[in-house]
Design a protein around this ligand. Structure first.
Ligand SMILES: [Zn+2]
Length: 99
């Protein structure tokens, strides 16, 4: 079993196995954060995962999930949507736009 060494903010260096770590990928999917429960003090730790760390964790078989960046809807987008609703073919345009 692969052993991953990282640090706990309380205990210092700790060793984990791949199943102790969960990785969240954000944005383009090459960076993110990873979480683990410290085997010594059992607190949940969260660490940023750089591109290099992500590569290592994925290579060792750590489970991961992709978290897409969702931007808030802007006023102009709402305005365009409302304007579109006033048109007769709004549904066809919505489908055509992939929304
Ligand atoms: Zn600890």
């Amino acid at each position: 079993m692969t052993t991953i060494r990282t640090t706990c903010s309380r205990c210092g260096d700790v060793e984990l196995s791949t199943k102790d770590i969960s990785l969240e990928l954000t944005g383009a999917g090459d960076e993110g954060t990873y979480r683990f429960s410290c085997p010594t003090c059992t607190t949940t730790q969260q660490r940023p995962a750089s591109h290099r760390v992500v590569s290592i964790l994925l290579a060792t078989g750590v489970a991961y999930e992709v978290v897409l960046d969702t931007l808030p809807i802007t006023e102009s987008e709402i305005g365009r949507f409302v304007a579109m609703l006033d048109q007769d073919d709004w549904f066809g345009r919505l489908v055509a736009s992939g929304g």
